[in-house]
Design a protein around this ligand. Structure first.
Ligand code: NAD
Length: 411
C-alpha cells in the first residue's frame, strides 16, 4: 500500500466510511449542531477549574465549539493569578463560589491529580457534568466514591483519556471481537521519550509521589504514558487481577522515569508496558496485540492501525474530542467513550503501583548527560525486548544491572 503525504512512510489513510467507528469528527459536529437546533437548545455553559498550565490548552480547545454555538465559557477558577483571562469571562479564586454563582452545566477539572476527587465531587453536587483530567483519582476507594456520587447526583464524569476517543481503538476492538487475531495472549506498549531537568520542575507536584499527604504519583506510567496504559487496558476492557512492576529513575525524583509494568487481566491475558522518559531514539508509543492467529499494531497518538494481513499501517480517521462526546451524551445519550466506570482498571493499576517499593536510582556511569537530558544508555533495546517477551527489566540482563529485588506490587 503506498504511503500518504503527511503520514509516516508505509502508512495509508482509510476512508472513514470503510471502518466500523463512532461518528466522524465532521459527522459528530453536524449531528450535535443539528440536534441542538432541533431541540431549540442554547449553548452549553462550561466552566474551567484550573485555568493555567494544561488549562490553557483546554481554553484554546473551547474556542472552536464556542464559535459553533455549542458551548459558552462562563467562568474560570484558579487560586493563582490567571494567565491571559478571556474578555467577559468571570474569574474566581474559589471554585465553590464560581459553581454557586454561574451554575455551569459542564465543568472541566484540570488541576493537579491530588485535588481531582474533591473538585469533581463539588462540581457534580453543583449539578454539572464533569470532564476530569487524567489520572482520574489515585485509589479505588476514591474511584468508587465518585461513581457513587454520579449515581446520587444523576450527573456523569468523563475522564480526559484522549486515547479512548480513538477510532483506531474501536476498529481494533472490533477486529479482536471478530476473531481476526485469534485468541489474544498479550498486549504490549513500547514508548521511549525524553524529558529534561526542566520538565521535572514544571510544577510543585512534578516528580512527587505525594503532595500535602495526598498521593500524586507523577511518574511516567501515571502521567505521560497514562493514555497508552489506558488504551492498552481498553483493548479488552477486562478487570485487573495482578500488577507487577520494575521501575527506576535516572535523576533524584520520587517517581519512575523508566518502567516495565505487567498487568494480568481476568482470563490470564497480560498487558506489558515498557516505557521511559530517558530514552535514546524516540518511540512514540506503539501498542501491539499478540493473538495466536496474528498481531495488530496501533500507534496510540496517531490512530495508525495495522491489522493482520494489512501490508501497512492505516490511518483510521474520525476522532472526536471527549468534550464533543460529552456534549453528544448530554444531547442525545450517545455513550461516553471515557466514562468514569471504564477507567476503573487504570485506577486499580495506579493503586497497586502506590503499594510498590519506590523506584531505584541507577548509577551515573550508565547515563549519558547533555543539555539537561539524562539518557539511559541501552534502554531502548531493553524495553523493546521486554515488550516483545512480556518480561520485566529485572527478569533480563541489562547494562545497568537491573537484577534487583522482586518489585511485585500485588503478587
Ligand atoms: N490530557 C492530557 O494530555 C494532559 C496533559 C497535561 C496535563 N494533564 C493533566 O491536567 C491536570 C493539570 O495539570 P497541569 O500540568 O496543568 O498542572 P499545574 O500544576 O500546572 O496546575 C494547573 C492549575 O490548577 C490550579 N489549581 C490547583 N489547585 C486548584 C484548586 N483547588 N482550584 C482551582 N485551581 C487549582 C493551579 O493553580 C494551576 O493554575 C493534571 O491532572 C495533569 O495530569 C493532562
Amino acid at each position: 500500500m503506498p504511503g500518504v503525504r503527511g503520514l509516516p512512510p508505509g502508512s495509508a489513510r482509510v476512508a472513514p466510511a470503510a471502518v466500523a467507528r463512532p461518528p466522524g469528527r465532521g459527522g459528530a459536529r453536524a449531528c450535535l449542531e443539528d440536534q441542538q437546533k432541533e431541540d431549540g437548545m442554547t449553548a452549553t455553559s462550561v466552566a474551567l477549574i484550573g485555568a493555567n498550565g494544561h488549562g490553557l490548552h483546554h481554553r484554546q480547545n473551547l474556542v472552536e465549539p464556542a464559535e459553533r454555538g455549542l458551548i459558552r465559557l462562563v467562568g474560570l477558577a484558579d487560586p493563582q493569578p490567571v494567565v491571559d483571562p478571556p474578555d467577559g469571562v468571570p474569574v474566581y479564586t474559589d471554585h465553590a463560589a464560581m459553581l454557586a454563582e454561574v451554575k455551569p452545566e459542564v465543568v472541566i477539572v484540570c488541576t493537579p491529580p491530588h485535588t481531582h476527587l474533591a473538585l469533581t465531587r463539588d462540581a457534580l453536587r453543583a449539578g454539572a457534568d464533569v470532564l476530569m483530567e487524567k489520572p482520574p483519582v489515585l485509589d479505588r476507594a476514591e474511584h468508587d466514591a465518585l461513581l457513587a456520587e454520579q449515581d446520587a447526583t444523576g450527573r456523569v464524569v468523563q475522564v480526559n483519556f484522549q486515547s479512548l476517543a480513538s477510532p483506531a481503538l474501536v476498529r481494533l476492538r472490533a477486529a479482536v471481537a471478530a476473531g481476526e487475531l485469534g485468541t489474544v495472549r498479550q498486549i504490549s506498549v513500547l514508548g521511549c521519550w525524553r524529558r529534561d531537568d526542566a520538565y521535572w520542575s514544571r510544577s510543585a507536584w512534578s516528580g512527587r509521589r505525594t503532595v500535602h499527604g495526598r498521593p500524586s504519583l507523577d511518574g511516567a506510567l501515571a502521567n505521560p504514558f497514562a493514555h497508552a496504559v489506558m488504551q492498552a487496558l481498553a483493548v479488552l476492557d477486562l478487570p485487573v487481577l495482578r500488577v507487577e512492576v520494575d521501575w527506576l529513575r535516572v535523576r533524584p525524583i520520587e517517581v519512575e522515569d523508566t518502567a516495565t509494568l505487567r498487568i494480568t487481566l481476568s482470563g490470564g491475558v497480560t498487558v506489558l508496558v515498557a516505557v521511559t522518559l530517558a530514552g535514546e531514539e524516540h518511540v512514540d508509543g506503539d501498542i501491539t496485540v499478540y493473538g495466536d492467529r496474528g498481531t495488530a499494531e496501533l500507534a496510540f497518538r496517531e490512530d495508525l492501525l495495522r491489522l493482520p494481513g494489512d501490508p501497512a499501517a492505516v490511518l483510521v480517521e474520525g476522532r472526536q474530542t471527549l468534550l464533543e462526546n460529552l456534549l453528544a451524551f448530554r444531547a442525545s445519550g450517545t455513550p461516553l467513550l471515557s466514562g468514569l466506570a471504564r477507567t476503573a482498571p487504570f485506577t486499580t493499576v495506579i493503586e497497586q503501583l502506590r503499594a510498590a517499593a519506590p523506584p531505584y536510582q541507577v548509577a551515573a556511569d550508565v547515563l549519558a548527560v547533555e543539555d539537561g537530558h539524562r539518557t539511559l544508555v541501552g534502554v531502548n533495546a531493553v524495553l523493546r525486548r521486554c515488550a516483545a517477551e512480556g518480561a520485566l527489566m529485572n527478569e533480563l540482563s541489562t547494562p545497568w544491572g537491573a537484577n534487583g529485588p522482586d518489585r511485585t506490587a500485588n503478587g
